[in-house]
Design a binder for this molecule. Structure first.
Ligand SMILES: [Fe+2]
Ligand SMILES: [Fe+2]
Length: 341
């Protein structure tokens, strides 16, 4: 389908769903009392029953996402070690020895891991081999480190107006991943493993790499829309190029054949009411935590950006999230000092 034709169809078909229910633009559009009641009914129905179906893969937004991903060669295959490490952690043959054997295949990664293990993060423990590293930090931490460092190369995007800081996307992704892992411990009745929560958080904005390589006039339009209308980045992307980074990211992970629950969590991290498993909601909360800028308004901004049902869905309270984020920040500060100083 031609891109401009797809955009026309998108505009016709998606006027009703362009803004997530908590988005200020959505509220402006549906400010009348009748509309408000109607949207409460829609939202209630969404939370209880509505799940995206096969038809979602046929919508114009999905076609545009496919066209954009097809143009980005660096994403055609998953970073091999990161992908294999994750799959190993999920399989029956997951042992320390198997993890070490896998990571050892990449000498650069091995060197980076040893460097991190000998850094301030681990108080310079004098680690000289991967086996020692596993003994000191545990295989879970080693797997997370291997995935983060491998993806760091991929997420170190070129500097553009859309991504003005080359390492900012990686830094934000690691912070979100840690938030998901820590917050996941406090979510009641949730079935995902810490590895799955961490990986979903780490990959949640991978679609931004595709948009970052779009023509400058497209990214300029996205930024102008955000500036002029106060739209969120995802809404501005949808308006400007016909697909947002969440849709694009979900598609990339499907192509990498990551577990469906992770692809869905990434696809719906800005519209978590569409993912009943709750993993998208966890990523949504972790993402908003990772956007917190220090200052007196920080938690007010967090609460207003959050989907209204998110904490309820995960059975988390705001004080619990704050306490958890303090825990995350201890790790983040240490990583910041080493990685980005
Ligand atoms: Fe995002
Ligand atoms: Fe994000």
């Amino acid at each position: 389908m031609h891109e401009s034709r797809a955009r026309d169809i998108l505009q016709d078909a998606e006027l009703q769903t362009r803004h997530p229910a908590w988005c200020p633009e959505h509220r402006k559009t549906h400010a009348g009392s009748g509309a408000r009641i109607a949207w409460q009914i829609v939202l209630t129905a969404t939370l209880s029953e509505q799940m995206p179906t096969q038809a979602d893969n046929l919508n114009p937004r999905h076609h545009i996402a496919e066209m954009l991903v097809n143009r980005t060669e660096s994403l055609s295959v998953a970073p091999p070690v990161a992908f294999q490490v994750f799959m190993l952690t999920q399989g029956p043959n997951y042992t320390c020895e198997a993890l070490v054997d896998l990571v050892r295949l990449d000498p650069n990664l091995t060197a980076q891991i040893l460097r991190v293990c000998n850094s301030v993060i681990f108080r310079g423990q004098g680690v000289s081999s991967l086996q020692e590293a596993v003994l000191r930090i545990g295989n879970g931490a080693l797997a997370e480190m291997a995935m983060s460092l491998t993806l760091g190369k991929l997420l170190a995007v070129r500097r553009t107006a859309y991504c003005p800081e080359p390492n900012a996307l990686w830094k934000h992704s690691v912070q979100c991943a840690l938030a998901c892992r820590y917050l996941g411990k406090y979510c009641e009745g949730i079935l995902w493993t810490p590895d799955v929560a961490f990986t979903a958080g780490l990959l949640h904005d991978i679609g931004k790499m595709v948009i970052n390589s779009a023509p400058p006039e497209d990214t300029a339009r996205i930024l102008a829309l955000m500036e002029e209308t106060g739209r969120t980045m995802a809404d501005a992307e949808l308006e400007a190029i016909g697909a947002d980074h969440a849709e694009i990211g979900g598609l990339i992970l499907e192509r990498w054949r990551l577990p469906e629950e992770i692809a869905r969590a990434v696809r719906f991290h800005h519209a978590p009411e569409f993912d009943r498993s709750g993993l998208a909601t966890l990523v949504h909360v972790g993402d908003e935590c990772a956007k917190i800028a220090p200052g007196p308004e920080a938690w007010d901004d967090f609460a207003s950006a959050l989907s209204p049902f998110a904490l309820q869905h995960l059975r988390l309270s705001l004080p619990r999230v704050k306490a958890c984020w303090d825990e995350v920040m201890t790790d983040v500060d240490a990583i910041d000092r080493f990685m980005w100083s």
